[in-house]
Each structure stands twice: as C-alpha cells, then as structure tokens.
Write a protein of this length. Structure first.
Length: 376
C-alpha cells in the first residue's frame, strides 16, 4: 500500500506577523489548512504539527552568533544598531515582531520533519517552508532561517547520497545554491523570473555544472513552462539519479501575484511540481513566496489535493468559498480580485504560443548542460 502524503503545519501561522504593510502580512498557510479541512482533505494520519528547531539544530547551518542575536532581538523587541547592520534584522525587509523566532524556528523544524517523513515513504508537504533566501549569518528577502537547506541537510545526514533541489518560485533560490554549490551530493535547478530580486541565477551561474538556472522573461506562461520542464529541468535532474528531491513551490509564480510578472496557471505549476516528485522515492514539497492570498491559497490547496490523488471540485462549496471571500490584501486592489479566485481552486490553463526568447533559452541551456557533457 502506498503511504498517504503528509501535511505538516502549525497553529503558530495564525498569529499576526511582519507588522503592517509588509508583503507577508497576509493570511497564508492558515488559509490553506482551513480550505483543506473544509473540503475533508485532512483525515486521520494526514496532518502532523511541526516541531520547533532548537538552537543546536539551527547551528547545523546558521552561525550561532546570528541565531543568538535574532533570539535576543525577539525577546527584547529591539535591535542594536550593530546587529541590524551585521545581520540585516529589524529592517523594513526583515522586521522584528512578536513570535518571530518561534515562528522561523518552527518552519525549520517542519522541514527537518518533512525530510524524515519522506525517508519513511511519505510525500511530505510543508507549505510553511520555502524560505530560500535566508543566509548563513544574515536575514535576507523576508527569510530569517533557510528551511530548504535544513531539509536537504537532514536527507544528507541520514545517508542519502544524491539529493536534487528544484525551485519553482518566481525568485531565484540564491542562498540554497550558495549553501550547496560545492557539494557534489546536491544538484540544483531553478526556474525564476529574470530581472527579479535578488538578481542572481543567470544561466551562466551553474556551480560548475551542478546547477541549472533558467531565468525567464515577464509573461512566462504554461506552454513555456512545459517546454522548459520537459526539455531541460526534468532531464537534468533525472540524469543525476536522485534518491530524494526537495521542491519549493512558491505561489508568487502564479499569475496575479503583486511581486512577480509571470502568467502561469496554478494547474501548470501543479503539473510541474508533480513531475518533479516522480523523480525520486523520497519527496519533500515546500511552499515559498506568494503575496496574493487568494492565488496562494488556491494553488497550495490544489497542490495538496493533487499530491494525494483527490478530485478537485469545479465549484467550491459555500463554506470553502467563504474562507476565500474573507481574505484581503493591501497589495491587491479590491476591484482587481477576480471572481474565479473565490469560486474554484483550479485556474483555466493559460495557453499561448511559445516565444522566441524561450526557445533561445532552451537552446542555450541545452548546449551548456547536455551537449558539452555528451562531447566530454
């Protein structure tokens, strides 16, 4: 019997966070949990509360001085100027707020747990994960700790010899690639929007062949994602013969996100994520970015259903619809909230012709990663 996927969450994500007017000061994981529960998708044995990573756990990757500085700042509610400058905490980008240290530690604990459950044969789904910008000794890009790094490390520490990390967030996974750029046991692939913060992840940034970075233009759509997945990313990962995969599924890649300009349906992104999960016996699925609470909740709820082989209703029942109708967001004007964002979970596919820029990217990436290897 195939083990059921496991949803890893925590009630801590219901607490107010990030203060006012921050892109992450919106309902996220808690909405996904509520929608999935309302639809009957979190049955017995399908949900597990995330543990909180200890400071010793966090020091497996992050510098102890940084961990301690963040904890002290959270306990006191203030950041010393030297700590702000050195660790980038207490800024508009990475603010200090009540419960921050516990929340960030819980995200790491969830990713460590996800790796362990994946090795037990479960597809471990941890939507609160995906903080892929957190650096070893510095907060970055709304990320204080880097939970994807801990998922990969937990797999390696358990004896897994080949781990693939795939990132489908609209922003490049700069800190994850930096963490494993010289580790031959890890292969990294990312599809992200070109010109978007943090500005890394060019095709030439390949970590000596261990990373494939596909920076795509604005308006990147479903047919283009399929082309790059089938012709480049999936063969690149499959050639590595991974024993485990970790995939980050940022909802900012869905059309309608205020901090990205892609034109992808959540159906296409679900298809891409599921294709990655078929490449290895141990699978961890993380969340990531996402700043439109409607498109995020719909994508991550639909992804959970797809991971478990559940049928997704074409029209949401009233109780589930009401959860989405209660959402709000300062970054999305009320008149821009589309009716389908509260009526159903799945988007209509966004089908357009593949543009020459995507074909050129495929050819350049193929020459860099496949033809050179064949010649060698």
């Amino acid at each position: 019997m195939v083990a059921k996927p496991l949803f890893i969450g925590h009630e801590i994500y219901r607490r107010a966070a990030y203060g006012r007017l921050h892109p992450l000061a919106i309902p996220r994981v808690e909405t996904v949990i509520d929608v999935c529960r309302e639809l009957g998708w979190l049955g017995d044995g399908e949900y597990e509360a995330s543990p909180r990573a200890s400071e010793d756990d966090l020091a497996r990757f992050h510098d102890r001085e940084y961990v301690e500085a963040l904890r002290i700042a959270c306990e006191s509610g203030r950041v010393e100027p030297r700590a702000r400058e050195r660790f980038a905490i207490g800024t508009m980008e990475n603010p200090i707020f009540p419960g921050l240290f516990e929340r960030a530690s819980t995200s790491v604990g969830g990713s460590i747990l996800a790796a362990r459950r994946a090795l037990e044969g479960r597809i471990a789904y941890h939507p609160a994960g995906g903080t892929h910008h957190g650096r070893k000794a510095r907060a970055s890009g709304f990320c204080y700790f880097n939970d994807p790094v801990f998922a990969v490390l937990a797999l390696l520490d358990a004896g897994v010899e080949r781990v693939a990390y795939v990132d489908l967030d609209a922003h490049h996974c700069d800190a994850v690639q930096e963490a494993f750029a010289t580790d031959a046991r890890v292969r990294i692939a990312s599809i992200h929007e070109a010109g978007r913060w943090p500005g890394t992840g060019a095709l030439e940034d390949d970590a000596g062949g261990a990373a494939m970075n596909l920076a795509v233009p604005r308006g990147f759509h479903d047919a283009e994602l399929r082309l790059l997945m089938n012709d480049l990313l999936l063969p690149f990962i499959d050639d590595f013969r991974p024993e485990a995969v970790v995939v980050t599924c940022g909802a900012d890649a869905v059309s309608g996100d205020p901090l990205a300009a892609t034109a992808l349906s959540n159906v296409a992104l679900c298809d891409a994520a599921l294709a990655v999960t078929r490449l290895a016996p141990a699978v961890v699925v993380l969340g990531g970015g996402g700043y439109n609470p409607w498109t995020l909740a719909r994508y991550w709820s639909a992804l959970w259903a797809r991971l478990g082989g559940r049928e997704i209703p074409s029209v949401l029942p009233d109780a589930a619809r009401a959860i989405l109708e209660r959402l709000s967001c300062d970054l999305v004007d009320e008149e821009d909230v589309l009716p389908e964002w509260t009526a159903a979970l799945e988007d209509a596919p966004i089908e357009r012709p593949v543009r020459p820029a995507i074909v050129a990217l495929r050819e350049a990436a193929s020459a860099r990663h496949f033809r050179a290897r064949a010649a060698a």
